[in-house]
Design a protein around this ligand. Structure first.
Ligand code: HEM
Length: 421
């Protein structure tokens, strides 16, 4: 009854035809920027009707409303999942264990522990390595002539970085990379394929063994920290640690990769901004923030309401699923001037690409290091970027970006300026 009432109200107020947001195909078939624009203007707290995949859910598209929900951890929880895929299934198997889908004291305590390993001081060595790899891959790509920026450059950096952070032995890295790629097969290769469960299980087994080793001989990496410390008054079980390792690998790999690929395409499409980068009209720090806003690799995150609460003139009921479209908030004309312009000098740039509030991205510093290293490498060694063949977009209702971007990186004949390792 309640759902029927809501549905009628929605149809009356919204002239926009909202595609099925659960279906990954919708993001390839529709002009989603236009969909978000109209939703922000006409129905900013929109009720999405149920689909074959699960119940209906709220679609929040304005910046201020997204922030309001993300900062309210009293009336909203992450423990019933924080992305559509798990929320629609009724929950996440990592709930109460994996940082991103836990709340309360456990979350606070676990986050404090992991932040030690993610602090700028701890990742200084990782940063030097990222810059070395970025330079090496860019220089190799220039020499090769044409390359696939996604496959040959962007895919190597984030995984290598997170492996550095977790102190994964060099000899295992190729296997970890292979398994990660297989586990994401549905997003990257064959839209019809189901995610590769075997690869996921293999990653879990791999980390189980690593946790056992770190318990015996701990270092200063996040796995050792989790293996030896108490969180919210208890020692973590192997499964808690394994789930968190898995989420660090998955969370840290794809998002940064998609941001870097999106940056290159944005420069191809906006040659004035490439010029501005080359001419140092903006620092790589400021430019990196615009890359994050522009690409917003994680389109949405979600919460479940724990109490009845009003948002604008809508009443969200306890138990309702609420999705927050960062990809729309980052183009909100009420917050950003000329939101549809890629402007590497944009400042301030209070984008939501890394989230907001208590679940703000734990890997933000690391992700930013990777993007900056890439921008710095491109501007130091590349004179011009050309797209060689059409790009391919990923198939997902959660992430957005490209899995293939064939380009030609032309050498800058001038000596590299300002590159430090
Ligand atoms: C949380 C985006 C890189 C690990 C988040 C959230 C967003 C986000 C939007 C908030 C989720 C929520 O509110 O439910 C991104 C983007 C990245 C990036 C766009 C790259 C450009 C990374 C990296 C790592 C990482 C490199 C790890 C190595 C995490 C973790 C959380 C998180 C563990 C959960 C934090 C918590 O719940 O307290 N990320 N992320 N992310 N991210 Fe990232």
């Amino acid at each position: 009854m309640r759902m029927r009432r809501r549905r009628r109200k929605t149809m009356a107020r919204s002239s926009v035809v909202v595609p099925n947001l659960v279906d990954p195909k919708s993001y390839l078939d529709h002009d989603m920027l236009e969909v978000w624009r109209v939703l922000r203007a006409q129905d900013p707290v929109h009720w999405h009707t149920e689909t074959s995949e699960g119940p209906g859910f709220w679609v929040v598209s304005r910046y201020d409303d997204i922030v309001r929900v993300l900062r309210d951890d009293v009336n909203f929880t992450s423990e019933k999942g924080n992305v559509l895929a798990t929320m629609l299934k009724g929950g996440d198997m990592g709930a109460g264990s994996m940082l991103a889908v836990s709340d309360g004291n456990y979350h606070t305590s676990m986050r404090k522990l992991l932040l030690e390993a993610f602090s700028p001081r701890s990742v200084a060595g990782v940063e030097r390595h990222v810059r070395r790899i970025a330079k090496q891959l860019i220089v190799e790509a220039i020499e090769k002539g044409e390359c696939d920026f996604a496959r040959d450059i962007a895919s190597a950096i984030p995984l290598e970085t997170i492996c550095d952070l977790l102190d994964i032995p060099q000899g295992d890295r190729q296997e970890v990379a292979k398994l990660t790629k297989s586990a994401l097969a549905s997003d990257y290769e064959n839209p019809e394929a189901h995610a590769d469960m075997a690869a996921r299980s293999a990653i879990v087994v791999y980390f189980q063994n690593l946790v056992a080793e770190r318990r015996k001989a701990p270092g200063t990496d996040p796995i050792s920290l989790m293996a030896t410390a108490e969180v919210d008054g208890r020692r973590l079980k192997d499964l808690d640690i394994v789930l968190n390792c898995y989420s660090l690998i998955m969370g840290g790999d794809e998002t940064s990769r998609l941001a870097m690929i999106g940056a290159v395409r944005a420069f191809i499409q906006n040659p004035d901004q490439w010029r501005a980068l080359k001419d140092r009209e903006s620092s790589v720090d400021v430019a990196g923030e615009e890359v994050l806003r522009w690409t917003t690799p994680a389109m949405h995150f979600g919460r479940t309401a724990t109490a009845d609460i009003s948002l604008r003139d809508r009443t969200i009921r306890a138990g309702d699923l609420v999705t927050l479209w960062l990809v729309s908030g980052n183009r909100d004309e009420a917050v950003f001037q000329n939101p549809d312009r890629f402007d590497i000098t944009r400042s301030p740039n209070r984008h939501l690409a890394l989230g907001y509030g208590r679940h703000f991205c734990l890997g933000a510093y690391l992700g930013r290091i990777e993007i900056r290293a890439m921008l710095d490498g491109l501007r130091a060694f590349v004179g011009a970027i050309r797209q060689a063949r059409p790009e391919r977009w990923i198939y997902s209702n959660f992430l957005t970006g490209m899995s293939s971007l064939p380009v030609v990186l032309e050498r800058d004949p001038a000596p590299a300026v300002g590159w430090e390792e």
